[in-house]
Write a new protein. Structure first.
Ligand code: 4AD
Ligand code: MG
Length: 466
């Protein structure tokens, strides 16, 4: 058997972090560029372990010289040699190659030839874009922040719950579920002229979850503090830069908590994640700061220093009415806030993060706790500049009779949610929670303006190819 290519390989990140003269270094990666000099050739090699590539110096006395000097961008190489201080500017260290193996060749059809491609073009090659600088940085930050999410909650002794992906309940009540069925679409069984879902695989009408919240609430009334972190699916046909049909959401649920406690947790959580990114993703954030959103790092530092403000929905409407601006959507008490309204509030009025709380009950989900005014519910949205709504949450209705009334008012069938009502029947307690859209967080942290560019393989209306 031939030796495995990656045996004894050292990640380039570790090579550069160690930063000392070393012999017998072996790295593997993909060629970012080749420069043929008069005396030697230079290959920059990237293995994704960090933003930086490693400069490989290829001298003509190497038996593979001619072959390597002709190798194209994108080829996969394994290189052994000595790490030495680089005499040239641009990098501190370089690897003087002693042997090079071309593990995987490329031809000139390889689409990532140019130094800078448009994000639209890179989206059309989602299977190759992780090999670009921008997407390398995006997906490293994504990975780091995914770990940070767990760290935040685990340190606070929250229990992590895996809520189901397939469910019979439309939590948000917006009817935006993707159907899950094994029935024959040409000839489904019928009952009184309607599809008989009772004969479907699960004996019920099921779909992909829009939120893990309802099941999360059940666990919160046993473990007190829980969180979920999983994929959620919404079949809404909105082609915006902030909506995906499949996205990841983090949903904590806390018992013995009201809306104010919920907001405090959301604030602590967002601050922690921003701090984590600044402390752990410096090299990638610097790239975003230079190439994607000028002043990004300052913006993130400003968030850490900022006071998180709170306004009621009613106050927010008054502020919007006073705005010296023509909105596309009318500002009317009782209508949901549109993205343009949210951005105006957080960018123009407050210039920082702001919680909007106490929304009219008719525009919010059935589970939100009814306020004493009987018109609003204890809901909160956290708005941040550029992104708008990054978190949505509420205190939950823990009073059985009030919840039943709201469900009836919304024409909901109690039977399907009897299990949800049970926790109000037995040992009910005040509780609250929220959902943070993981991609919205990443957009905020990286400055990337399109949600399609912060998720590895975006699913949006008409697109599920890769
Ligand atoms: O405001 P939403 O719909 O709230 C819920 O789903 C609640 N069940 C959460 C809870 O209280 N446990 O969604 C929460 C967050 C939004 O603030 C937004 O960041 C993100 O999820 N989000 C989306 N992200 C990407 N694409 C979409 N289509 C999204 N819809 C919501
Ligand atoms: Mg929302």
């Amino acid at each position: 058997m031939t030796r495995r290519d990656n045996q004894g390989r050292t990640p380039i990140r570790r090579v550069l972090e160690a930063g000392q003269k070393t012999t017998g270094v072996r790295v593997s990666g993909w060629v970012r560029s080749v420069r043929r000099g008069k005396e030697v050739s230079f290959v920059t090699l990237n293995d994704g372990s960090c933003f930086s590539s490693l400069q490989i110096v290829v001298a003509p006395d190497l038996p593979e010289y001619e072959q390597v000097a002709r190798v194209g961008t994108g080829a996969c190489l394994t290189v052994s040699g000595a790490l030495v201080a680089s005499p040239a500017s641009g990098q501190r260290w370089e690897l003087q190659a002693e042997s090079i193996e071309i593990v995987g060749a490329v031809d000139e059809q390889y689409p990532l030839q140019k130094k800078r491609h448009s994000l639209e073009f890179l989206r059309s090659i989602a299977h190759l874009r992780p090999r670009s600088n921008t997407f390398g940085a995006v997906f490293r930050v994504r990975s780091a922040l995914s770990f940070a999410v767990h760290q935040f909650f685990q340190k606070r002794n929250f229990v992590h719950v895996h809520t189901p992906i397939i469910t019979a309940n439309d939590c948000e009540g917006a009817g935006e579920m993707f159907r899950v069925t094994t029935l024959d679409p040409q000839a489904p069984p019928l009952l009184e002229g309607q599809v008989d879902w009772g004969q479907d695989f699960f004996g019920d009408r099921t779909g992909l979850t829009v939120s893990g919240q309802l099941q999360g609430e059940l666990f919160a009334t046993a473990f007190s503090d829980i969180y979920t972190f999983g994929p959620t699916f919404r079949a809404e046909n909105s082609n915006t830069s902030r909506h995906a049909s499949e996205f990841w959401m983090i949903e904590p649920e806390i018992a013995f908590a009201d809306l104010a406690a919920d907001c405090r947790l959301a604030e602590d959580f967002l601050r922690f994640l921003v701090r984590y990114a600044l402390d752990n993703c410096g090299e990638d954030l610097e790239f975003f700061d230079q190439r994607i959103e000028r002043g990004l790092i300052k913006k993130l530092e400003a968030l850490l220093a900022a006071e998180f403000r709170t306004v009621s929905y009613t106050e927010a409407i008054a502020l919007l009415e006073k705005a010296d601006l023509d909105f596309e959507f009318p500002v009317v008490w009782g209508n949901d806030l549109q993205s343009e309204h949210e951005r105006y509030l957080t960018e123009q009025v407050f210039g920082g993060p702001v919680f909007v709380v106490d929304y009219p009950k008719q525009i919010k989900a059935f589970y939100m706790r009814l306020n004493d005014d009987d018109r609003t519910v204890a809901a909160m949205d956290l708005l941040v500049p550029r992104v708008g709504e990054i978190i949505g949450g509420s205190q939950r209705e823990e009073r059985l009779d009030v919840l039943q009334k709201r469900m009836a008012a919304q024409g909901m069938d109690e039977g399907a949610l009897d299990w949800y009502l049970d926790i109000r029947r037995w040992g009910s307690c005040p509780h609250a929670g929220f959902g943070l859209g993981f991609e919205r967080l990443l957009m905020y942290l990286t400055g990337m303006e399109n949600i399609r560019d912060v998720i590895p393989f975006p699913r949006t209306p008409g697109h599920a190819r890769f």
